[in-house]
Design a protein around this ligand. Structure first.
Ligand code: SAM
Length: 190
């Protein structure tokens, strides 16, 4: 039996973190490549594993793949023709981010308990079916802002600080400095 002193020394089990994917619905290839690229880069940098993109945009997927080759990790942008199929077939908890949803603070415990979470964001227009298809509709505040901001805040609250240092298989990484820029190239050490 644990005494007060040895119990306090025991390591707390690390809170397990869900595996998080993002689904971007209603991408307009040629009209918002920069915004959707930023969404993918923010999702990757803050801990998501993959982003489904509806409709597919092979050029955007290739651009993000080239970032992954340089900076490491396994993130990928997977083009999909039918967002409903992704939502229907996933084994993740489907959380649609929308200013009309329940406050993030209230939903966070449920998201943290889920082994997998799919964060769904819309574009200029959101299909009404999405509000019904989601397991939960979540507001990051209740003012209109952006899919990039919404995903970034939820990932931060759900997964915490992103890892620092070199990512797996990265060709380069940053050496953090108070001023100036320092990069290390890892050619041949992958
Ligand atoms: N007019 C759109 C609508 O019907 O909701 C708003 C689109 S907004 C420019 C693009 C996406 O950003 C939304 O689909 C949603 O995923 C996300 N978003 C914007 N504000 C949000 C908020 N307060 N909370 C959660 N997500 C938000």
């Amino acid at each position: 039996m644990g005494t007060a002193s040895n119990v306090s020394k025991r390591k707390r089990p690390r809170r397990s973190r869900p595996i998080v994917s993002v689904l971007r619905v209603g991408h307009r290839a040629g009209r918002d490549p920069r915004l959707t690229t930023h969404l993918a880069l923010a999702a990757r940098a803050l801990g998501a594993d993959r982003m489904y993109l509806e409709p597919p945009d092979p050029e955007l997927s290739a651009r993000v793949a080239s970032v992954v080759r340089g900076w490491g990790g396994d993130f990928e942008v997977v083009g999909v023709d039918d967002w409903k199929k992704v939502v229907r077939t996933t084994d993740a908890l489907v959380a649609h981010l929308t200013m009309y949803g329940l406050p993030l603070e209230r939903v966070l415990p449920r998201l943290r308990r889920a082994p997998k979470v799919l964060l769904v964001v819309g574009g200029a227009k959101v299909p009404p079916d999405l509000y019904r298809a989601a397991d939960v509709n979540v507001g990051v505040g209740h003012q209109p802002h952006s899919e990039v901001a919404a995903v970034a805040v939820v990932l931060d609250r759900l997964l915490g600080d992103p890892p620092t240092g070199r990512w797996p298989r990265a060709a380069r990484s940053v050496v953090p400095r108070a001023r100036g820029k320092k990069l290390v190239e890892h050619r041949g050490k992958r």
